[in-house]
Design a protein around this ligand. Sequence first.
Ligand SMILES: Cc1ncc(COP(=O)(O)O)c(C=O)c1O
Length: 445
Amino acid sequence: MGRASAEIIQENRDYTLFPWSVQGSANPIHLVKGQGVWFWDGDGNKWLDFCSQLINLNIGHQHPRVIAAIKRQADELCFAGPGFATEPRGALGKRLAEVTGLAKAFYTNGGTESNETAMKIARTYTGRRKIISRYRSYHGDTMGSMSAGGDFRRWPVEPGVPGIIRVFDPYCYRCPFGVEVGSCSRQCVTHVEEVIQMEGPQSIAAMIVEGITGTNGLLVPPDDYFPKLRALLDKYGILMIDDEVMAGFGRTGKWLATQHYGIKPDIVTCAKGLTSGYQPLGAVIVSDEIAGYFETNMLWTGLTFSGHPMSCAAAVATLAAYEDEGIFENVALQGAHLAMRLEAMQEKYACVGDVRHKGLFSMLELVRDKKSKEPLAPYAGTSPEMASFNSYLRSKHVYTYLRFNLCFVAPPLIISRVELDHGLDVMEAGLALLDKAITEKGSEQ
Ligand SMILES: Cc1ncc(COP(=O)(O)O)c(C=O)c1O
C-alpha cells in the first residue's frame, strides 16, 4: 500500500521550499496522476486543470506520443554535453527555424535562462548596453530576467542589474495615458520614442516584450501596436526580443503570439509549451543577421544542459503533436466559444470589469464596481473576496490561476467543448456568489 497523501504533503513541506510562498502558508495539492485536461489528487479527487499547470501543459497530461519519444531517447542516449551534435538537437533547431521564420536556436533549461541569454546576445551583437522593457511584464526569476521584468516580485531583491529602462504597456482597460483605444494615437508606442531619445538611442541594445503579456494581466494589444513598435525600434537600430515563453506554441492559436500582428522579431525566447513541460527546455532563436554575426564572432554563453537530448526529443515530439493532431485548429474552435462565454459573463456579472482573450489564453479582471473599476484586490495584493472565490473553485475541483484581481482561464489546448463548459459553469457559479457578497458588503456600509 502507498503512503498516505497527508504524510507525503508533510514531507514535502518539511524538506522542500515552495516558490513565491510564505512557507508556513503553502498549501500544495498532492498530484498523483494526470490524463488530458484532468488530474487526480492523493485523496482520489478528480480536478479540471483550467490553467495547464503553470500555463505550460499545452498538450495536456500524459500524451502518449511524447512519453514514447522520451522513452526511446532514454534507451538510446540519455545525455550529451552541450558541445556535441545529436539527432534531436539538430532536428529541433530546424523545426524551430521553420515555425518562427528565424535562423538558429540556442537551448536553455527554461524561460528565465532564455531571456538572460537573449539579453546577452543583444548586448554582444549591438555593442550597446541598455534594455527597454515594460512595467507589466514578467521575464523570469533569475537576476537579469527578474530585473528586466516589471512584475512586483523584483522589489525584494532590488537593486537588480543596471541598464533596464521601463515603459508603459498597452493596457487599454486602464490606459496609463487616460485615453480610449478607439480614438487614441497609440501613446503606448509614441512615449517609447521619447524614452529612447532621453536615454540615448545609441546606448539601447534591445526592447524585450511578451508577445501577449501573460501573468501581468493578459494584455492583448491593439492590432497596430506591434507593427508600430517594430517600425520604431527599426528606426533606432534597436532589436526586438519577443518573449513567447507563455504565449507561444499554440496558446493563442499560432506558433508565436506576434504572428497575429504580421511582424518578425529579431530574437524569440521560449520554454513552457516547447515541450509542454514533459522535459525542462527553453530556447533562444535568433535572426539570420544575428546568426551570421556569430559565424565569425564568439558566442559568449553556455550551459551544461544546453541541448539535452531527452529535452530536445520531447520537444520534437511535442511540435509534431501540435501539427499532426490539429491542436491549433482546436484552439481556434474552442477559443471562439471561450470568448463568447467570457463576454457574456462580462455582461451578466457586476464583478467582471473586463475580459481579455486570444485563443485559449484568457482572463477575467474582477472589480468592486464596473463604473469606478475599483479592483477586487489591489496590485500585488489579495482580498477576502478573491480568497473566497479561489476556495469556491477549489471546492469544485477546478484548478486555475488567480492573481490580485485577475482570474486566468488557460486550459490545455486539447480541451473539448464539454470540458470547457464544465469549467466555465463552475466559474460562473463562483461569480454569482461574488456578486452577492459584494452587494451585501456594500449595503452594510
Ligand atoms: C512570459 C514569461 N517569460 C519568462 C518566464 C520564466 O520562465 P521559467 O519559469 O521557465 O524560467 C515566464 C514564466 O511564467 C513567463 O510567463
